[in-house]
Design a protein around this ligand. Sequence first.
Ligand code: PNS
Length: 163
Amino acid sequence: MACPKIAVYPGSFDPVTNGHIDLISRGVKVFDELYVAVACNQAKNNLFSVCERMEMIQEIFADNPRVKVSTFDGLLINYVQEVNAHAIIRGLRAVSDFEYEFQMALMNRNLAPTVETFFMMSKDTYMYVSSRIVKELASLGGTVSDLVHPLVEKKIKEKYRSK
Ligand code: PNS
């Protein structure tokens, strides 16, 4: 039997946006298993805890057992190898994403030459959507219903109501 094709889609996902959801949905059509790996990056001032971020993604993809949601700390490449993945997926929106992504992909290849990074173009509708912009909009009372899943919208509203 052929080895399952396993990929990791890492990110902060604070919170998961429709852009991320689109990428996960398309990525899992290409790979047998897709690990959505929520980074435990304490340095960032996150709105949601790692558990909250994971729970939202888990709920959204509850009916797809090939989407696995987990978390990682430290080097991404170590986590990729731990789950026996051979691919990393990253989304590209605008040219501004490129330099950072290019640097990260080359560094990861340096660390583990057998792991490939695959870039997927964002859907045009979500080209401008980021977790940061969603949070900024919501914090200022704007509506984010076109940018995030209804479940995420509810959680964001709860967060800003309690702040
Ligand atoms: O959603 P983000 O914030 O763009 O995700 C960035 C992330 C978490 C994927 C990236 O910062 C990362 O991989 N961090 C783990 C540390 C690491 O392995 N860095 C690259 C080699 S130095």
